[in-house]
Design a protein around this ligand. Sequence first.
Ligand SMILES: [Zn+2]
Ligand SMILES: [Zn+2]
Length: 246
Amino acid sequence: MGRGKESKTVEFLKKAYNSLLDSMFPEGYRCLGCGTELKSEFHSRALCDECADSLPFKTGKLCSVCGTGIFVGTLCRHCSCALPEYDKAYAPFFYEGLARKFVLDLKSRGREYIADYMAEYMYLYYSSLGIEADVVVNVPSTPRTLKRRGFDHTALIAEAFAARAELPFLSLLKRISHKKDQTKLSYAERFASVGGAFGLADASGAANKTVLLIDDVLTTGATASECAAVLKSAGAKRVNVLTFAR
Ligand SMILES: [Zn+2]
Ligand SMILES: [Zn+2]
């Protein structure tokens, strides 16, 4: 992605606050970032000025495959050693500051409406870059996480995104085993541990399609890479990844 296009995207996203809906204020008209009460003229954008200015939009030079920040060349060191199974990963935000808070609000604090808010930004990013997709598929949570949380947060995001993008949302993937907590593993351990964690819930939906795989955060990319391998084994032509943060 060229630098010009990228900064235009940031401008576009910044202007997009006004398109956010009242439905994103289930706890009253308060800033979703810091909780301060919003004055009436700010209601439609869900954030106070300070929080809006602190959103960690992804800028600068990015790896052309996984989207991580780099200083030189076109690929990061991981992608230059071994390309992932997915084709290209996109995310509007770095996983820090407010973007991190939104993800944690959704996952750990059960604020399901945040999924809609995140999907809005992901949709604006998707449409401004013209990302290719025929169907939307989520990275499913483990049965244990589902039971604890009571909802599948990536399914909520994917569903809200798909509705905006007017694309079919298909639950093509399923977890086939519970693995050790990924956040406690090193980079190499994560790649080794993720193998065999996903299977197909429905083998028919991916054939000859460009799949847009949705997750909340892309960290090492190991999970997305395995999901992409499974989807490609089911005939997917291309697998792009869209996460809220990277
Ligand atoms: Zn605020
Ligand atoms: Zn990379």
